[in-house]
Ligand binder design. Sequence first.
Ligand SMILES: [Mn+2]
Length: 320
Amino acid sequence: MKMDPNATYIFIGDVHGQAPTLRALLQKLGWKKRQGRLKPRNDEHLVFVGDLIDRGSHNLETVEIVRELVEQGDATCLMGNHEFNAVHFHTEHPSGSGQYLRDRSTDNLRQHGNVLDELTRRPGFLPDMLAWFKTLPVAIEGPGWRCVHACWHDESLNALTQIDNRWYLPADAWVAAATKDTAEYRACENLMKGPEYKLPDGSFFLDKEGVKRHHARIRWWSPQPDTLEEALLFQTPPEGLDTSRPYDNPAHPTYPAVAPPVFFGHYWNWGEPTPESHNAVCLDYSAGRGKHLVAYRLPTDSAVASEHYVQQAVVANPAA
Ligand SMILES: [Mn+2]
Protein backbone atom coordinates (compact mmCIF):
# COMPACT_ATOMS: atom_id res chain seq x y z
CA MET A 1 0.00 0.00 0.00
CA LYS A 2 1.30 3.44 -0.88
CA MET A 3 1.51 5.95 1.93
CA ASP A 4 -0.29 9.21 1.31
CA PRO A 5 2.18 12.09 1.87
CA ASN A 6 -0.73 14.43 2.67
CA ALA A 7 -2.43 12.19 5.20
CA THR A 8 -2.34 12.85 8.92
CA TYR A 9 -1.22 9.69 10.66
CA ILE A 10 -2.55 8.83 14.10
CA PHE A 11 -0.67 6.18 16.03
CA ILE A 12 -2.53 4.19 18.69
CA GLY A 13 -0.92 2.32 21.57
CA ASP A 14 -1.50 -1.21 22.89
CA VAL A 15 -5.28 -1.75 23.24
CA HIS A 16 -5.05 -5.10 25.06
CA GLY A 17 -8.72 -5.99 24.76
CA GLN A 18 -10.12 -2.64 25.95
CA ALA A 19 -12.68 -2.16 23.16
CA PRO A 20 -14.96 0.30 25.04
CA THR A 21 -11.89 2.48 25.67
CA LEU A 22 -10.86 2.27 22.03
CA ARG A 23 -14.34 3.40 20.98
CA ALA A 24 -14.11 6.34 23.41
CA LEU A 25 -10.66 7.29 22.10
CA LEU A 26 -11.79 7.18 18.47
CA GLN A 27 -14.73 9.39 19.38
CA LYS A 28 -12.35 11.83 21.08
CA LEU A 29 -10.27 11.84 17.87
CA GLY A 30 -13.40 12.86 15.99
CA TRP A 31 -14.01 9.57 14.19
CA LYS A 32 -17.74 9.08 13.71
CA LYS A 33 -19.95 6.29 12.44
CA ARG A 34 -21.30 6.96 8.98
CA GLN A 35 -23.52 4.37 7.31
CA GLY A 36 -22.58 1.96 10.07
CA ARG A 37 -18.81 2.40 9.65
CA LEU A 38 -16.33 4.39 11.68
CA LYS A 39 -14.85 6.98 9.34
CA PRO A 40 -12.06 9.54 9.76
CA ARG A 41 -12.29 13.28 9.60
CA ASN A 42 -10.47 14.41 6.45
CA ASP A 43 -7.36 12.49 5.36
CA GLU A 44 -6.55 10.64 8.54
CA HIS A 45 -5.08 7.16 8.76
CA LEU A 46 -4.70 5.16 11.97
CA VAL A 47 -1.63 3.06 12.74
CA PHE A 48 -2.07 0.55 15.59
CA VAL A 49 1.24 -0.44 17.18
CA GLY A 50 -0.02 -3.98 17.94
CA ASP A 51 -1.03 -5.91 21.08
CA LEU A 52 -4.76 -5.75 20.40
CA ILE A 53 -5.41 -8.75 22.63
CA ASP A 54 -4.81 -10.22 26.12
CA ARG A 55 -5.36 -8.63 29.58
CA GLY A 56 -8.66 -6.84 28.84
CA SER A 57 -12.06 -8.49 28.55
CA HIS A 58 -13.22 -7.25 25.11
CA ASN A 59 -10.72 -8.95 22.82
CA LEU A 60 -13.15 -10.13 20.18
CA GLU A 61 -14.67 -6.68 19.82
CA THR A 62 -11.23 -5.04 19.72
CA VAL A 63 -10.11 -7.29 16.87
CA GLU A 64 -13.39 -6.67 15.03
CA ILE A 65 -13.11 -2.86 15.29
CA VAL A 66 -9.49 -2.74 14.18
CA ARG A 67 -9.84 -5.34 11.44
CA GLU A 68 -12.81 -3.50 9.95
CA LEU A 69 -10.84 -0.21 9.95
CA VAL A 70 -7.90 -1.97 8.26
CA GLU A 71 -10.11 -3.63 5.66
CA GLN A 72 -11.87 -0.40 4.76
CA GLY A 73 -8.41 1.18 4.17
CA ASP A 74 -8.49 3.64 7.07
CA ALA A 75 -5.99 1.90 9.34
CA THR A 76 -2.86 -0.22 9.46
CA CYS A 77 -2.26 -2.65 12.31
CA LEU A 78 1.20 -3.92 13.19
CA MET A 79 1.91 -7.26 14.80
CA GLY A 80 2.67 -7.09 18.52
CA ASN A 81 4.19 -9.83 20.62
CA HIS A 82 0.71 -10.83 21.83
CA GLU A 83 -0.50 -11.47 18.24
CA PHE A 84 2.79 -13.27 17.50
CA ASN A 85 2.48 -15.37 20.66
CA ALA A 86 -1.18 -16.20 19.94
CA VAL A 87 -0.25 -17.62 16.53
CA HIS A 88 2.51 -19.70 18.16
CA PHE A 89 0.19 -20.84 20.95
CA HIS A 90 -2.25 -22.28 18.41
CA THR A 91 0.25 -23.70 15.89
CA GLU A 92 0.92 -27.38 16.43
CA HIS A 93 4.43 -28.51 15.48
CA PRO A 94 5.19 -31.03 14.24
CA SER A 95 1.64 -31.56 13.09
CA GLY A 96 -0.11 -34.23 15.19
CA SER A 97 2.49 -34.09 18.00
CA GLY A 98 0.36 -32.25 20.57
CA GLN A 99 3.31 -29.84 20.88
CA TYR A 100 2.80 -26.17 20.08
CA LEU A 101 5.22 -23.46 18.94
CA ARG A 102 4.40 -21.67 22.19
CA ASP A 103 4.54 -23.88 25.21
CA ARG A 104 1.14 -24.38 26.93
CA SER A 105 2.75 -23.73 30.31
CA THR A 106 0.83 -22.45 33.33
CA ASP A 107 2.26 -18.94 32.81
CA ASN A 108 1.34 -18.86 29.13
CA LEU A 109 -2.12 -20.26 29.83
CA ARG A 110 -2.66 -17.64 32.52
CA GLN A 111 -1.75 -14.90 30.03
CA HIS A 112 -3.91 -16.20 27.20
CA GLY A 113 -6.56 -18.35 28.91
CA ASN A 114 -9.22 -15.68 29.52
CA VAL A 115 -8.96 -14.53 25.94
CA LEU A 116 -9.41 -18.08 24.72
CA ASP A 117 -12.58 -18.47 26.78
CA GLU A 118 -13.91 -15.27 25.26
CA LEU A 119 -12.92 -15.95 21.65
CA THR A 120 -14.09 -19.54 21.49
CA ARG A 121 -17.62 -18.45 22.40
CA ARG A 122 -18.07 -17.44 18.78
CA PRO A 123 -17.46 -20.45 16.54
CA GLY A 124 -14.93 -19.87 13.76
CA PHE A 125 -13.68 -16.56 15.15
CA LEU A 126 -10.35 -17.82 16.52
CA PRO A 127 -8.94 -19.47 13.34
CA ASP A 128 -10.06 -16.52 11.28
CA MET A 129 -8.41 -14.08 13.71
CA LEU A 130 -5.14 -16.07 13.71
CA ALA A 131 -5.08 -16.15 9.89
CA TRP A 132 -5.47 -12.37 9.92
CA PHE A 133 -2.74 -11.92 12.56
CA LYS A 134 -0.33 -13.80 10.27
CA THR A 135 -0.83 -11.18 7.56
CA LEU A 136 0.05 -8.18 9.77
CA PRO A 137 3.24 -6.26 9.02
CA VAL A 138 5.93 -6.21 11.73
CA ALA A 139 7.19 -2.75 10.81
CA ILE A 140 6.19 0.10 8.54
CA GLU A 141 7.85 3.27 7.33
CA GLY A 142 5.77 6.30 6.29
CA PRO A 143 6.54 9.79 5.09
CA GLY A 144 8.89 11.04 7.83
CA TRP A 145 8.09 8.38 10.44
CA ARG A 146 8.52 4.74 11.39
CA CYS A 147 6.43 2.37 13.45
CA VAL A 148 7.11 -1.00 15.08
CA HIS A 149 5.70 -2.74 18.16
CA ALA A 150 8.78 -2.69 20.42
CA CYS A 151 12.10 -1.65 18.84
CA TRP A 152 13.25 -0.33 15.48
CA HIS A 153 16.33 -2.36 14.59
CA ASP A 154 17.67 -2.29 11.02
CA GLU A 155 19.63 -5.53 11.28
CA SER A 156 16.50 -7.39 12.45
CA LEU A 157 14.40 -5.94 9.63
CA ASN A 158 16.90 -7.46 7.17
CA ALA A 159 15.81 -10.93 8.34
CA LEU A 160 12.21 -10.21 7.25
CA THR A 161 10.62 -9.74 3.84
CA GLN A 162 10.21 -6.15 2.73
CA ILE A 163 7.31 -5.25 0.43
CA ASP A 164 7.27 -1.54 -0.39
CA ASN A 165 7.39 0.28 2.93
CA ARG A 166 6.41 -2.71 5.10
CA TRP A 167 8.28 -5.65 6.62
CA TYR A 168 6.65 -9.06 7.09
CA LEU A 169 7.47 -12.39 8.67
CA PRO A 170 7.07 -14.73 5.67
CA ALA A 171 4.29 -17.34 5.91
CA ASP A 172 6.84 -20.20 5.93
CA ALA A 173 9.02 -18.63 8.66
CA TRP A 174 6.78 -19.19 11.71
CA VAL A 175 8.59 -22.35 12.85
CA ALA A 176 11.98 -20.65 12.41
CA ALA A 177 10.69 -17.64 14.35
CA ALA A 178 9.89 -19.97 17.27
CA THR A 179 13.29 -21.70 17.13
CA LYS A 180 16.05 -20.17 19.23
CA ASP A 181 19.25 -19.12 17.44
CA THR A 182 17.66 -18.50 14.05
CA ALA A 183 17.86 -15.08 12.41
CA GLU A 184 14.04 -14.97 12.30
CA TYR A 185 13.81 -15.69 16.05
CA ARG A 186 16.28 -12.94 16.94
CA ALA A 187 14.57 -10.51 14.59
CA CYS A 188 11.11 -11.13 16.08
CA GLU A 189 12.50 -10.87 19.62
CA ASN A 190 14.11 -7.50 18.91
CA LEU A 191 11.28 -5.99 16.89
CA MET A 192 8.25 -7.24 18.85
CA LYS A 193 9.62 -7.90 22.36
CA GLY A 194 12.54 -5.47 22.44
CA PRO A 195 16.20 -6.15 23.18
CA GLU A 196 17.11 -7.28 26.70
CA TYR A 197 20.26 -7.35 28.83
CA LYS A 198 21.32 -10.07 31.26
CA LEU A 199 21.77 -8.59 34.72
CA PRO A 200 25.20 -9.16 36.27
CA ASP A 201 25.92 -11.56 39.14
CA GLY A 202 22.62 -13.44 38.90
CA SER A 203 20.65 -10.34 39.95
CA PHE A 204 16.95 -10.20 39.22
CA PHE A 205 13.88 -8.03 39.63
CA LEU A 206 10.20 -8.93 39.96
CA ASP A 207 7.96 -8.16 36.97
CA LYS A 208 4.33 -6.98 37.17
CA GLU A 209 3.19 -10.59 37.63
CA GLY A 210 5.72 -11.13 40.43
CA VAL A 211 7.89 -13.38 38.22
CA LYS A 212 11.69 -13.25 38.73
CA ARG A 213 13.40 -11.68 35.71
CA HIS A 214 17.15 -12.04 35.16
CA HIS A 215 17.04 -10.00 31.94
CA ALA A 216 15.95 -6.37 31.81
CA ARG A 217 14.50 -4.49 28.86
CA ILE A 218 16.91 -2.05 27.26
CA ARG A 219 16.08 1.63 26.70
CA TRP A 220 17.22 1.32 23.10
CA TRP A 221 16.27 4.95 22.48
CA SER A 222 19.00 6.10 24.93
CA PRO A 223 21.97 7.08 22.78
CA GLN A 224 24.87 6.36 25.11
CA PRO A 225 23.83 5.10 28.52
CA ASP A 226 26.71 4.83 31.01
CA THR A 227 25.02 3.08 33.91
CA LEU A 228 22.58 0.20 34.30
CA GLU A 229 19.99 2.68 35.56
CA GLU A 230 20.27 4.79 32.39
CA ALA A 231 20.28 1.78 30.10
CA LEU A 232 17.59 -0.49 31.51
CA LEU A 233 13.92 -0.57 32.52
CA PHE A 234 12.98 -2.21 35.79
CA GLN A 235 9.44 -2.70 37.09
CA THR A 236 10.75 -3.00 40.63
CA PRO A 237 14.25 -2.17 41.86
CA PRO A 238 16.44 -5.20 41.32
CA GLU A 239 17.31 -7.04 44.51
CA GLY A 240 20.85 -6.28 45.73
CA LEU A 241 22.03 -4.70 42.47
CA ASP A 242 23.73 -1.32 42.44
CA THR A 243 22.13 0.23 39.33
CA SER A 244 24.77 2.99 39.21
CA ARG A 245 27.21 0.32 38.02
CA PRO A 246 28.65 0.81 34.51
CA TYR A 247 26.60 -0.58 31.64
CA ASP A 248 28.81 -2.42 29.23
CA ASN A 249 26.98 -3.69 26.16
CA PRO A 250 28.79 -3.59 22.81
CA ALA A 251 25.48 -4.68 21.23
CA HIS A 252 23.48 -1.72 22.61
CA PRO A 253 20.98 -1.07 19.78
CA THR A 254 21.28 2.69 19.46
CA TYR A 255 18.58 4.47 17.47
CA PRO A 256 20.38 7.19 15.45
CA ALA A 257 19.65 10.79 16.49
CA VAL A 258 19.14 11.75 12.83
CA ALA A 259 16.66 8.92 12.09
CA PRO A 260 12.94 9.74 11.59
CA PRO A 261 10.65 9.66 14.64
CA VAL A 262 9.70 6.10 15.56
CA PHE A 263 6.38 5.24 17.23
CA PHE A 264 6.04 2.06 19.26
CA GLY A 265 4.21 0.48 22.20
CA HIS A 266 5.06 -2.45 24.47
CA TYR A 267 6.76 -0.79 27.47
CA TRP A 268 3.86 -0.36 29.95
CA ASN A 269 4.51 3.34 30.56
CA TRP A 270 2.34 5.24 32.99
CA GLY A 271 1.68 8.84 33.98
CA GLU A 272 1.61 11.86 31.70
CA PRO A 273 2.54 10.85 28.12
CA THR A 274 6.02 12.18 27.29
CA PRO A 275 8.26 11.36 24.34
CA GLU A 276 11.21 9.08 25.15
CA SER A 277 13.44 11.33 23.05
CA HIS A 278 13.20 13.81 20.17
CA ASN A 279 12.65 10.87 17.79
CA ALA A 280 11.27 8.00 19.92
CA VAL A 281 7.66 7.93 21.14
CA CYS A 282 6.20 5.06 23.17
CA LEU A 283 2.38 4.94 23.12
CA ASP A 284 1.78 2.12 25.58
CA TYR A 285 0.30 3.72 28.71
CA SER A 286 -0.92 0.47 30.24
CA ALA A 287 -4.50 0.28 28.95
CA GLY A 288 -4.07 -3.44 29.61
CA ARG A 289 -3.69 -2.64 33.30
CA GLY A 290 -6.60 -0.21 33.53
CA LYS A 291 -4.60 2.99 32.93
CA HIS A 292 -4.72 4.94 29.64
CA LEU A 293 -5.04 4.27 25.95
CA VAL A 294 -2.91 6.83 24.14
CA ALA A 295 -2.83 8.10 20.56
CA TYR A 296 -0.44 10.50 18.87
CA ARG A 297 -1.62 12.67 15.99
CA LEU A 298 1.31 13.41 13.70
CA PRO A 299 0.65 16.37 11.48
CA THR A 300 2.87 16.57 8.42
CA ASP A 301 6.21 18.35 8.93
CA SER A 302 5.99 18.64 12.66
CA ALA A 303 8.48 17.94 15.42
CA VAL A 304 7.71 15.47 18.20
CA ALA A 305 5.85 17.36 20.94
CA SER A 306 3.63 16.57 23.92
CA GLU A 307 0.66 18.53 22.52
CA HIS A 308 0.05 15.83 19.89
CA TYR A 309 -0.96 13.15 22.40
CA VAL A 310 -4.62 12.26 22.86
CA GLN A 311 -5.35 10.09 25.85
CA GLN A 312 -8.37 8.20 27.08
CA ALA A 313 -8.63 6.73 30.58
CA VAL A 314 -9.71 3.09 30.52
CA VAL A 315 -13.49 2.91 30.58
CA ALA A 316 -14.79 0.68 33.35
CA ASN A 317 -15.68 -2.60 31.76
CA PRO A 318 -19.39 -3.29 31.73
CA ALA A 319 -20.15 -6.86 32.78
CA ALA A 320 -19.28 -9.08 29.83
MN1 LIG B 1 3.88 -5.84 23.69
